[in-house]
Structures are given as C-alpha cells and as structure tokens.
Design a binder for this molecule. Structure first.
Ligand code: ADP
Ligand code: ZN
Ligand code: ZN
Length: 670
C-alpha cells in the first residue's frame, strides 16, 4: 500500500497495466496504488470492486483506473487480493460522473462512488430469490408403472405423479393445489426419488401482478408534435445542445411527449431513465409507463425491500429492462447505452439530496447526459429559475406546451385579502366568508373541495395575524427566524440579531406572537363550519401507515370524502375530476421562509395547487387567502403568467446577486 502522491504526475514506470488506483471504503478521500497480480489482470478494470490489504487488515474498495506508473517502487506496493464476491462492477462512465460529483459537491470520492450503488447491491450479500420447483424424478414410464401398481393404495401419490406427467416445473403450492393433496405424500415421493425438487432463481415482483391495459401512442397535438420533432433531432445527434426544457402547463400532455420520446430511444437500441419526485411516484404514474412498455420497465422507489431493489438493479445491469422509472437515485441506473433521461417536475426541491453527497439529481442528470451523449428532457409547468435562465441564454433548448390537451378551462382564481377580512369581521379568522360560501355551495352540488394549508415556515417566523406583518431583515430581504426562548429574531443569511417586538410595528396588534397553525386546527374548524360534510386530513401526522396515503386518496376519488385538508402532500400531481374548489389558507406563508427562493416556491406551489381544480367538465374555482394580495408571486400565479414572474424575479436575483445570477455555496460548520 502506498499513498498516491502529487510529486510527479506519472511517477515511475512499473509495468504495462500493472498498477490500479483504488479508493478504499473508508472516507479518506485518497487513492492508493496497488499492484495487479497477473492472475487478476483480466478482471481488474475501472469500476471493479476489490479486496485489498490495508494497514493490518483487509478492506474492500473500487478500482478507479488502471495504469503503468506509480510514485512508489514496485517493492513498496502491495497487491490486490482478489475481487469482492458477488459485487458487480460499476460502469466506467458512472465513475466519471462520481468523479464530477465529488469535485462539484465537495464530498469524498468514496461517498460519491457509494451513491452509484444501492446498499443492497453494494454489500454483495443479497442473493437471487430461489424457489423450489418440482419435476418427475425418473422416466415417465416409471411414474406410469407406479400409478398402475398403486392406484388403490396411495391415490394421493398417484394424483401428484399424474399432475407432473401433464405439467412439470411446478411450485409446491401450485402442484399441491392441482393434485388436490397435502404435503405428506409429496415428501414420500421425493424420498423415493420419483419426484425431484430443484431450486430455480426468480425475480421478486414489486408490481401488483394485475394485468395492465396496454396503450399505444396518441396522435400528438401540434405543440407536442413540435416538441417531439426537436427531440427527434436531438436524439439523432443533429443538435449541438443535448438538454431540453419542456415547459408545459398542467394537463398539456408532457407525459405523452416523454412516452413517445422513449419509444424512439428504444427503437434506436438505447435505454431511458425517467426521474419523478418521490411523492408523485404513485402506482398511477408508474402504470402509465408500464401500460406503454410492459416488461421493459423497472421501477425503483423507496418502498422496495432490499431484495426487490437488488433484483430491479440486476435486471438493469443484465440489460433485461430498458426503461427505469424512479426517484432521485434511479439516475444512477447502470445502463450502458443510455439514450434519454427525463426529469419530470424538474423544479422540485426533493431532487436535492440533503446529506452528502448533496447533489441535485436534475443537475447531475444533465452532466450524465453530457458524459454519455444522452438527451436530457427537463419537464415542468413551473420551471426553476435556473433552468429557465439556461433556456433563455441558449444553454438548453426550450419547448413549450401552452394549451391543455383536453381544452378544459384553467380554473378561476380569486384572491381574498385577509387584512380586510379581519377588519370587516372584527378579528383574524382562518376561513374567509368567501371560502365558507364556496364550500357550502360545493356540498350542495355534491362536488369536492381541497383545502390546502401552506404550512412551510410556520414555526420559525413571527407573523401578525391581524395585518400579516412579518419581520424581515432589511439587508437580505428574507424573513427573520423567530427564537421563542431567547425572544429574538435572527437573520440566517447575514447573522443579524434583533429583539422580537411585543406588538405589531404596523398595526399595534398583540396577535403578533403567533406561533403557528396546524392542519389539525384547520380540520377542527372545518368540522364546526360544515357539520354535514365528510372531512379527511392528509399530512405527515395522519399518513403514518404504509397504505394510508393510497387509502385516503382512494376514498376521496370514490367520493366518500367531501373535503380533503392537507399540506404540500396534496398539492402535487393528483387528478380528481370532481374537485371544483381549492381553498388556500395563508398563501403568503411560504413567501416568508428565510430562503431567497421563497417567491419562486410560492409561485410554483400556487400554480400546482390551482392545477388540482377543475380537471373535469366543470370549471374550477381557486380561493387564495392572503395577507399580501399584491405580492408578485401571488399576482403572477393568479394571472397564470410564468414569463412575467420569471422576468420580475430574475431582475431581483440579479440586483441581490442570488442564483442563477451567480453561484452560491452554503458552508455549514458543526
Ligand atoms: P401533463 O403531464 O402535462 O400534466 P398528461 O400527459 O398527464 O399531461 O396529459 C393529460 C391527459 O391528456 C392524459 O390523460 C393524456 O392521456 C391525455 N393526452 C395527452 N396527449 C394527448 C393527445 N395528443 N391527444 C389526446 N389526449 C392526450
Ligand atoms: Zn399587524
Ligand atoms: Zn440579513
């Protein structure tokens, strides 16, 4: 073992392809040189997992590269001991990606490389699932003879043999069921050698094995056709640029564009990855891909067991599937002929991993696309400023879908000024009169309502319930964080600390000490206001069981629930044709998160929420309750004007030097 020094770029010549640079599974962020024994010369390639001597023990590691030189003499170098059992090799292009991640996101190489493989694969401990399968143990004649001799004496055994004469390779339960007998006679036959048991490897099946109705490509709309034409040119390498931003309003048929682009990718013998945010990785989403491409699709999500994850990964590794649909980590699917990466809802902040390596899957997707010459499509109704900026400056190709496929109207959006409401009704309230009336109206007509509480940031800020005042740092234009214990306000950007006011500086109200509001409270009040309605709540408190999410949504879909109350969880990608009203409580709350992206988040959230209303024949209504009715994020969302919002927000980012006008690094010291 020897350290990889920097003294000379090449070092001394050791021998042709005899030196492997290895990272060891310890977060040392160093590469070490090892000799490659000639017996292993063929197997030691970049990406191979190896066992090496390290100090006084043995460690596992990854081979990063193979070369001829070292900074150490041959006799100073130790030899690789062998390959790690069962552990698959990492693709070379993915190693390059990990290299980029390590340098861009400032993490160790080990951390970056580890991200490439799911734990279940990395450990090398997972095995294929094996099931027993039953065959005739001897020639058919012998079985016939046994049946002839024993028909009376042991009818059960004869039934088993008859079944196996008809059909072999049956699982135990299947065989016993077909023969209509119990366990005992079967073991007897196995002992006598007349029946043989073999173990065969099978895939664990993460899908509910329900049959899916297959779909075929839909005739594209003119806008979809245009986007597909551009994608086609990109896929055949006719364009300089390999990334497309697909900006399409909700219901404009983005998914159909993905599906047809994937079909074209497969036709040219290449593979595709589709990333969706974890929260929208519902059976409905994945079924749209499986309905089009069937067995060719693998699905990776966080609810898979280790065994299932291992099997799915192996299917990709062994090229038995050509499409992967999954959350963030599916980006590292070990395809070798990658042609297309789709990042749906590219603006979603769940693409950002909050632990090392702190990568954003959308950005890494673009880099993987560059490394492997694959086309990347970033799709969304509300592009992140970064992506739209990249499109505006020509780094990405922009394609737009401005119309909804079904010609349904965009819902009507009404803003209720909660400051006026408080004055007119004699105090702050949670439900405005307009929203209460609208809900009653829906209940009468048998239509459904979604009440959305914009809860982000609640606990941490100081807000006046009467007038909506929020204490904000004058230097950084972001809101202060309220520390209740110390009775002070701090700015998380510049570090300023000020005393928390006892009264609202704007309206003198003592209601400023407002600590927050939960969905539970919103639900309790709803129950009082609408006693005849069936109300359900959906947030991280009520959605604790594995299937509670699906259950509640199922009940809502079937009309058993009149009013669904929830947080961010219900804002995304759900389609309910009978929902004609969406109420937003405290729409301006997310404007106050101490983050320069709070305006952008609010615009996205309101646009997404509005997309939940009126997806059926009836036009929808969205009631937005706010203390800041003239805020640009709210105004542009109401006007459904992304471009207007982008222009105004971009100007602000440039003035204050926030991304994408510049780069920003968060340094956390613990
Ligand atoms: P988005 O992903 O932009 O929200 P979807 O792809 O979900 O939109 O499309 C909305 C609906 O319109 C889906 O039911 C889809 O099957 C349908 N659809 C998409 N493209 C077409 C088309 N060209 N003609 C008819 N229906 C379409
Ligand atoms: Zn006030
Ligand atoms: Zn500040």
């Amino acid at each position: 073992m020897a350290k990889y020094g920097k003294k000379s770029p090449r070092g001394r010549f050791i021998g042709k392809n005899e030196v492997a640079k290895v990272i060891v599974n310890l977060s040392l962020d160093k590469r070490f040189d090892y000799l490659i024994p000639s017996a292993l010369a063929r197997d030691i390639r970049p990406g191979a997992q190896v066992r090496v001597p390290f100090g006084h023990s043995e460690r596992t590691g990854y081979v990063l590269s193979v070369g001829d030189y070292s900074n150490y003499a041959r006799n100073e170098l130790k030899s690789i001991l062998g390959l790690r059992n069962n552990a698959p090799k990492v693709n070379e292009s993915l190693l390059k990606l990990a290299d980029w991640m390590a340098s861009y996101y400032c993490c160790s190489k080990e951390q970056a490389v580890r991200t490439l493989l799911p734990g279940a694969v990395r450990s090398g401990k997972q095995k294929k699932k094996k099931v027993a399968s039953f065959y005739l143990g001897k020639e058919a004649d012998e079985a016939q003879k046994f049946i002839f001799d024993n028909e009376r004496r042991s009818p059960a055994k004869c039934a088993l043999l008859k079944t196996l004469l008809n059909q072999h390779g049956l699982s135990k339960s299947h065989l016993l069921k077909l023969a209509g007998v119990g366990d005992g006679p079967l073991s007897g036959l196995v002992k006598a050698g007349l029946v043989e048991r073999q173990y065969i490897e099978v895939d664990r099946d993460p899908f509910s094995s329900s049959e899916l109705l297959r779909t075929t490509a839909i005739e594209p709309t003119p806008e979809q056709r245009e986007a597909l034409r551009t994608l086609s040119a990109m896929l055949s390498g006719k364009t300089e640029c390999h990334t497309m931003l697909l900006h399409g309003v909700t219901g404009s048929g983005k998914t159909e564009v993905y599906l047809q682009a994937i079909a074209e990718t497969l036709k040219s013998g290449k593979e595709a990855i589709v990333l969706v945010p974890e929260i929208s990785l519902t059976p409905q989403t994945t079924e749209r891909f499986r309905a089009r491409f069937g067995e060719m699709v693998s699905v990776l999500h966080s609810r898979l067991s280790d065994g299932e994850r291992y099997d799915e990964w192996m299917k990709i590794h062994e090229e038995r599937v050509h499409i992967v649909v999954g959350a963030r980590s599916a980006l590292f699917a070990p395809f070798r002929k990658l042609g297309l990466i789709v990042v749906d809802e590219e603006h979603e902040n769940t693409y950002k991993q909050e632990e090392a390596p702190r990568y954003n899957a959308r950005d890494v997707a673009v880099v993987r696309g560059t490394i492997e010459k694959a086309v990347v499509v970033l799709g969304t109704a509300t592009p992140s400023l970064e992506s739209y900026h990249n499109a505006a400056t020509g780094k990405y190709i922009l394609a737009e879908l401005t119309k909804r496929v079904d010609d349904y109207l965009m819902p009507e959006m009404r803003v209720v000024d909660m400051r006026d409401e408080a004055i007119e009704t004699g105090g702050p309230s949670i439900y405005s009169r307009e929203l209460i009336d609208a809900v009653h109206n829906r209940l009468r007509k048998g239509e459904q309502t979604i009440i959305f509480l914009n809860k982000r940031g609640f606990a941490s800020q100081m807000m006046c319930r009467q007038c909506g005042f929020v204490a904000t740092c004058s230097e950084c234009s972001i809101s202060y964080t309220y520390h209740k214990k110390r009775e002070c306000l701090t700015c998380h950007l510049c570090g300023a600390i000020v005393r928390a006011p006892g009264k609202c500086p704007d309206c003198d109200s003592a209601e400023i000490r407002y600590s927050g509001l939960g969905t539970e409270k919103v639900e309790t009040i709803a129950a009082k206001l609408f006693p005849s309605a069936n109300i359900a709540r959906m947030d991280s408190d009520t959605m604790t069981k594995k299937d509670s999410y699906e259950k509640t949504l199922g009940a809502f879909r079937s009309g058993k629930i009149d009013i669904l109350i929830g947080t961010q969880m219900i804002a995304k990608g759900l389609h309910f044709p009978n929902v004609t009203l969406v109420g937003v409580i405290y729409a301006d709350l997310s404007l106050r998160i101490p983050d320069f992206r709070s305006q952008e988040r609010t615009f996205q959230l309101l646009t997404q929420v509005a997309g939940r209303a009126g997806r059926g024949e009836v036009e929808g209504l969205v009631v937005i309750q706010t203390h800041a009715p003239f805020n640009p994020a709210i105004q542009y969302a109401v006007a459904n004007d992304y471009k207007g919002f982008y222009d105004e927000e971009m100007e602000l980012r440039e003035t204050l030097a926030y991304p994408p006008a510049c780069h920003m690094i968060a340094v956390k010291i613990k």
